[in-house]
Write a protein of this length. Structure first.
Lengths: 174, 251
């Protein structure tokens, strides 16, 4: 699993949002993976390893820096509605709205703001570039759930992107 | 289908998960539907933004801690003892084998010395190699002449990759291309032996470790030489790939 250490750390870091904690998670997960390697029945080792990282996070480290337990959460109704309902005003083309996010720090903050189970599928899809099937394996959810979480996470990100100020305030409410 | 039904397909289409029939239907619909066109553009723009988000790489000390921990984990069974019972010996062998497997190496020896993130590079190089095997992607400059291939890279990369003619050794130079692997712009020098393509990836890097890896039937060898990092990747058998590397390094 050594070729996948960066992937494991990236996932852990996005899930727990803390660098030190993420290193602990990866260390523990890698040791687990090493011990359980006999249970790996071929196939691509990366989803298998990421699943162990993810389970390590859930079982022992599903806490943020302040010690609050982060539960698997639902994205509340305000996810911006259907993509079709996000009608652009004539002077606000999608490029402009999303161009504001080209600032990496801003995009990072918006992704971090997503509930963890939505953040997870976005990170696995966009940063690790896993297929739906692989994401389903890592997160242990049906492929249909992968699709619906991805769709909602994307709608939410677009909605926030189009109203960056509202997004910042939403953050304060969390 | 309605716009709402089409909208649900935009994400899977973007993700390359939509079957051809639905994809064709979606494309036809979007072409005539401004609302769906706008929705697709928003998704495309979002993807570009999200893919620009931070990719967190494991800090060096974290990597070192994991290496040390793995070495310790394997330690008690690998430590010599005065009169090891047979069972321990067998376990030792099994553990060593499982360690080698777990580390993703075809040979477990020597990984702890200087194979930092070689796996990532390997996967990246392999992906680039396979991409290069697709029709129309293999070669940007087609030439069996090193004096044509080498200058082609001038102005395209900010280094001058060594290009060697190994025709006498049975490795025909067929050209070169540019690629992007493991966050490097790489010059790729393309050779052929029989029907096998050998891609030699080159980028400036002072001290990369040597590595050997096999993934999905592709073999790779990497080494450092003259201030460059080299990765040779091919589906050629290992002994001939080794010969290629030997000839290349000696040439």
């Amino acid at each position: 699993m050594l070729p996948h250490l960066d992937a494991g750390y990236n996932l852990a870091r996005w899930l727990c949002r803390d660098s030190d904690l993420a290193q602990d998670i990866v260390q523990e997960a890698t040791l687990r993976a090493f011990r359980f390697f006999a249970s790996h029945r071929g196939g691509d080792a990366r989803p298998w390893y990421l699943r162990i990282v993810r389970n390590t996070f859930i079982s022992g480290h599903a806490r943020d820096g302040s010690g609050t337990v982060i539960l698997m959460s639902v994205l509340e109704g305000e996810d911006g509605g259907s993509l079709l309902e996000q009608v652009a005003s004539p002077d606000d083309d999608p490029e402009t709205a999303l161009a504001r996010l080209q600032d990496r720090g801003m995009m990072d903050r918006l992704i971090e703001r997503l509930p963890v189970d939505y953040r997870e599928v976005i990170v696995l899809r966009e940063l690790e570039e896993l297929s739906y099937k692989e994401i389903a394996e890592v997160a242990q959810i049906p492929i249909g759930t992968v699709m619906s979480r991805l769709a909602r996470a994307r709608r939410q990100l677009i909605a926030w992107a189009r109203e960056p100020q509202a997004a910042v305030e939403a953050r304060r409410d969390l | 289908m309605t716009c709402d039904e089409m909208e649900a397909l935009l994400g899977p289409a973007l993700d390359g998960e939509l079957d051809a029939a639905h994809l064709a239907e979606l494309d036809r619909h979007v072409a005539g539907c401004p609302a769906c066109t706008a929705a697709r553009e928003r998704l495309d723009a979002l993807r570009r933004s999200v893919r620009g988000a931070s990719y967190h790489r494991l800090p060096a000390q974290g990597r070192a801690a994991i290496m040390a921990q793995l070495a310790t984990a394997a330690g008690p069974d690998l430590r010599p003892s005065s009169s090891p019972p047979r069972r321990t010996l067998q376990r030792r062998g099994a553990l060593a084998a499982s360690l080698a497997l777990a580390l993703g190496l075809s040979s477990g020896a020597g990984f702890l010395a200087g194979r930092r993130s070689g796996g990532d590079a390997m996967e990246s190089v392999l992906a680039a190699h396979v991409r290069g095997l697709q029709p129309g992607h293999a070669i940007d400059v087609v030439s069996a002449d090193g004096h044509t291939v080498k200058p082609w890279f001038d102005g395209k990369v900010d280094f001058s990759p060594p290009v060697k003619d190994l025709g006498d050794a049975g490795f025909a130079l067929i050209g070169g291309r540019l690629d992007y692997v493991d966050r490097h712009v790489a010059a790729v020098i393309v050779y052929r032996r029989r029907q096998h393509q050998i891609d030699l990836f080159v980028w400036p890097e002072a001290s990369a470790g040597a590595a050997t890896a096999t993934i999905d039937g592709y073999h790779s060898r990497s080494w450092s030489q003259d201030g460059f990092s080299f990765w040779a990747v091919s589906d050629l058998n290992e002994s001939e790939l080794d010969e290629f590397v030997r000839r290349w390094r000696a040439a």
